[in-house]
Write a protein that binds this ligand. Structure first.
Ligand code: B12
Length: 477
């Protein structure tokens, strides 16, 4: 008997033999832990979409995971899998008319109301942080959600959006992820979060609106307990700290470094950091406590664009911090983006010059075509400038995308937990793999709902054909 079948969608771990995915869905495992603590039984699946399958086959595989005894089916996904999830919900509704279908995760959250309005098969969406809301929702059997903060739902009088749920302040009150719910040995790098929230609120990123701008921290005791569990149960010797910005509280990071040295000696780790928050002492202490790789979001090589996106630092500052980082960490990854609505051609040229420079310095560089996400400031201010890049992007030509990806470098080439780092460009390739597969299954739906499935669209930007010609020298788009 299970109360809930919870399915988190993800791309397959490899693409024609090329490994593109090494990380687990910690969100799903956290939900399972909280629900089980509250007395619910959950059948949890991380469902890997397979780019070789068509919609019928994919929907069939999904439906086969649903436990007959579950009253509720929960589907979680990133934005890139949302069109598939919405279309598959119609199949699930037809197959399981008596079950409630509830969506959650970063993809559905930002578009909750529009999603419920457009897709009658979806009964409710959990918006944002899921643990407490999912428990309350299950206590109500997935229906009668009036007043359940953090949800949007289909009621007798139409779609209703309840007030937001206050963030969980005491993160230590959340039980550790239910590592038993999956075959955890299948993942090379555990993702561990030491905090939630991000006070920077960059205009292109959806994380601040999802987790809130106030940063909440787990106690270091609680973090160390999870690392100890990972080491003792699964032999994990390397973790990814997935906090949106690991370095929001310098003193806390220094304290964590000290504790890692004494309580988790030999542990390697990597984290997402910020140019304007790093300094020599911090780098040295991080490296001395096992940090092998850091990931910086520089985003543009043009100071004009950096000002528009409110980065708070200049290109020169960034290059100097990155250069110093290379003296401390084995791997320094840097993310750049192009395709801003206000980006001139010369801005992209500047970005590409910086890209080449970073690579010659020894960085791993990622160059993405800006994906417009609902819930972001850029989306709100420029949603009238969205277009469907049918002729421009490989998302709309799965065969071409497949051939191009087959020709890209091997990610994670060394294999094994100690050789693996965040492979910068793999994130871009992952997006194309996932998006081109979803487009092949849901093209009409995506075109019909640009404001829900906006990440399949792009912002109009000056001299796009010229920009694409340049950008394609570096990656697949
Ligand atoms: C780890 C990670 C991955 C991993 C694992 C993903 C997975 N299976 O969970 C991998 C490497 C596979 C990955 C891939 C991609 N990712 Co990613 N990823 C992240 C990262 C670093 C952390 C995500 C995470 O674990 N969050 C913490 C957990 C606790 O949150 P959660 O999973 O959202 O779960 C909570 C709630 O959402 C909710 N919930 C979740 N599911 C459900 C389901 C139900 C039914 C309910 C009720 C609630 C609920 O409850 C959970 C507990 O509170 C974030 C950036 C960041 N720093 O946060 C980017 C991020 C989420 N990824 C992003 C993107 C774009 C991608 C890719 C499309 C491309 C890429 N950049 O690689 C691909 C393909 C997506 C896929 N799923 O296959 C974007 C998402 C933007 C968006 N709006 O969708 C982010 C925000 C990064 C960014 N700024 O660009 N990613």
């Amino acid at each position: 008997m299970t109360d809930l079948t919870l399915i988190v969608l993800a791309i397959a771990k490899s693409f024609d033999g090329k490994v593109v995915y090494e990380r687990n869905s910690v969100g799903g495992m956290l939900l399972v832990a909280s629900l089980e603590k509250a007395g619910f039984s959950v059948a949890f699946h991380e469902h890997f979409l397979d780019h070789r399958l068509d919609f019928d086959a994919e929907a069939e595989r999904l439906a086969s995971l649903v436990e007959a005894s579950s009253a509720v089916i929960g589907l979680g996904c990133h934005s890139v899998h949302l069109p598939f999830a919405a279309k598959a919900a119609e199949r699930l509704r037809a197959r399981f008319p008596g079950k409630k279908i509830v969506f959650g995760g970063i993809g559905p959250s930002a578009a909750a109301e529009d999603l419920l309005t457009a897709f009658a098969a979806i009964d409710a969406v959990v918006i944002g942080e899921g643990e407490a809301t999912a428990v309350e929702l299950m206590r109500r059997g997935g229906s009668g959600l009036d007043g359940v903060a953090g949800t949007a739902f289909r009621g007798p009088c139409g779609v209703r959006v309840n007030p937001h749920r206050a963030p969980i302040v005491d993160l230590d009150s959340i039980p550790l992820p239910a590592y038993d719910a999956v075959d955890f040995s299948a993942y090379e790098i555990p993702t561990v979060f030491t905090s939630r929230g991000c006070f920077f609120g960059c205009p292109f990123c959806s994380l601040s609106s999802f987790w809130g701008k106030a940063v909440r921290y787990r106690s270091l005791d609680n973090v160390i307990a999870e690392l100890t569990l990972l080491r003792e149960r699964f032999g994990s010797r390397y973790v990814f700290f997935g906090d949106p910005t690991f370095v929001t509280d310098r003193a806390r990071v220094l304290e964590l470094c000290g504790r890692l040295r004494s309580e988790a000696p030999g542990l390697g780790w990597e984290a997402l950091v910020r140019i304007d928050r790093m300094d020599e002492e911090l780098m040295s202490r991080m490296a001395g406590s096992g940090c092998e790789a850091v990931f910086y979001g520089l985003e543009s090589g043009s100071d004009r664009v950096l000002r528009r996106i409110k980065r708070g630092f200049s290109v020169d500052q960034a290059l100097s911090t990155i250069e110093r980082s290379l003296g401390h960490f084995k791997t320094v990854e840097v993310s750049l983006m192009w395709g801003f609505p206000y980006e001139g051609f010369e801005d992209l040229e500047a970005t590409l010059r910086v890209r080449d420079r970073l690579e010659s310095m020894g960085c791993e560089v990622q160059l993405r075509w800006l994906e417009p996400y609902p819930g972001t400031e850029l989306y709100r201010s420029h949603k009238d400038a969205l277009f469907l890049p049918e002729a421009e992007s490989m998302m709309f030509d799965a065969a071409k995308a497949g051939a191009s990806i087959a020709g890209t470098k091997d990610f994670y080439p060394e294999g094994g937990p100690h050789g693996i780092k965040i492979a910068a460009d793999v994130t871009n390739v992952r997006f194309i793999i996932a998006a081109s597969h979803v487009v092949s299954m849901c093209r009409d739906l995506i075109a019909a709902h640009p404001l829900i499935f906006s990440d399949f669209h792009r912002f109009r930007t000056p001299r796009l054909p010229d920009k694409l010609r340049l950008a394609r020298r570096y990656s697949v788009y």
